[in-house]
Write a protein that binds this ligand. Structure first.
Ligand code: NAI
Ligand code: MG
Length: 362
């Protein structure tokens, strides 16, 4: 008899999304078994994504958002396929969910696991350990703009892409970053902008940062421009604890973080509603990787780590820690996929984590 059953919506999506999501479910099922009936999962899978679009003309069913609303959380792989324009697959699912449910915080931890070599010469588990908090509801991905295709003639098209910054939007993401920093030993927040060149939205962000940091006098804080931040992540990774950035900058810097942590195939994320009004959505940072899809060689760690973040969000911290310890044991054992220098298949790498769960009491 299971005491608590979490209802999980699963959207594997396209490409390697379909290969890595089952590995995460395998691991979730095992920690549920190991909980001895304290909790379990019921999954409902949805076929949405680019392939669904090619068959049906829609990336996600009409009313899909309402269907998802009743779940406790969403586990997502990735959408995108070369025969469908990327903005169609992205705006058709991920952005519909993040905006529709106001999942305003994209939380993307960066860590170097034992056994994995960072491309940074001096990278160690001690120097590479930060959390990227990416604004996820407005900014550069507001979707405001337009393209004039018709009247001006060939070579004279114009396009406007507007970024939207609101004081409410900036304050809530910055406050959430400080709240996360308060739970970490280093207790430091770095704000990333480009206020020298983007003088309206980004200076509003800076003003909000100044107000919120005053609410948290016990937390250290600094500010850096995004270009300098990219260099600092490479040269001084140890100088970061929690990094808060706009939608675009957080997107770019989290791929850099993933690479610094050894591979994009490791980088995990949660699209979180800190106010818990709607289900949060957990997904690897990477996309559908058509270049390696169908070969069974994708790294499942990013998705398994994302599933651990989901457990943490659901209040199952002990089980989340069990998974994190198992990931680290598996990476230390060398049973890893090609992107990390190993030769394991996706399923082998998932099995190594399952194996490492045994006898691991978190
Ligand atoms: P990508 O993240 O799919 O791949 C970039 C590179 O990293 C590729 O060489 C790929 O093989 C490698 N890689 C990614 N994940 C890996 C894993 N788990 N194991 C081993 N290697 C891995 O980014 P790309 O190529 O720019 O985009 C491919 C498609 O994914 C596009 O259609 C894009 O729009 C979509 N995409 C979707 C996202 C989402 O649904 N949240 C996020 C990013 C991209
Ligand atoms: Mg991205």
């Amino acid at each position: 008899m299971v005491q608590k059953t979490y209802r999980i919506a699963v959207v594997p999506g396209d490409g390697i999304g379909m290969e890595v999501t089952p590995e995460a479910i395998k691991v979730l099922d095992r920690v549920a078994e190991l909980s001895g009936g304290a909790f379990g999962f019921s999954y409902t899978s949805f076929p949405w994504g680019s392939h669904y679009y090619l068959e049906t003309g829609t990336v996600m069913d009409e009313g899909g958002l309402e269907t998802l609303r009743s779940f406790d959380a969403i586990l997502f792989g990735a959408t995108g396929w070369p025969t469908v324009p990327d903005h169609v697959s992205l705006y058709g699912f991920r952005l519909v969910v993040c905006k529709g449910f106001d999942l305003f915080a994209s939380v993307r931890p960066v860590r170097l696991f034992r056994g994995i070599h960072s491309p940074l010469r001096n990278g160690t588990p001690e120097t590479i350990d930060w959390i990227m908090v990416r604004e996820n509801s407005e900014g550069e991905y507001s979707g405001i703009g337009g393209r004039n295709l018709g009247s001006r003639g060939d070579g004279k098209e114009l396009a406007i892409e507007s970024a939207l910054f609101t004081a409410e939007g900036c304050e809530r993401i910055i406050r959430y970053a400080f709240e996360i920093a308060a739970t970490r030993p280093r207790k430091h927040v770095t704000s990333v902008t480009k206020s020298n060149a983007q003088q309206y939205g980004m200076t509003l962000w800076d003003d909000c940062f100044a107000r919120i940091r005053a609410e948290f006098p016990e937390i250290g804080a600094d500010q850096v421009l995004v270009d300098a931040c990219a260099a600092r992540m490479v040269l001084h990774p140890e100088s970061f604890d929690v990094v808060v950035a706009s939608n675009l900058f957080g997107d770019i810097l989290s791929d850099l973080g993933g690479a610094i942590g050894g591979s994009l195939g490791i980088a995990a994320s949660g699209n979180i509603d800190p106010l818990r009004r709607n289900p949060s959505m957990f997904e690897p940072v990477h996309g559908s990787a058509p270049d390696i899809a169908g070969q069974g060689i994708a790294n499942p760690i990013a998705t398994i780590w994302s599933a651990a973040m989901m457990l943490e969000h659901l209040g199952e911290s002990a089980a989340a820690n069990q998974i994190m310890n198992a990931i680290e044991r598996a990476t230390a054992s060398g049973m890893v996929t090609r992107d990390l220098g190993g030769s394991a298949t996706t399923a082998d790498a998932g099995d190594a984590i399952l194996h490492a769960l045994e006898g691991n009491d978190g």
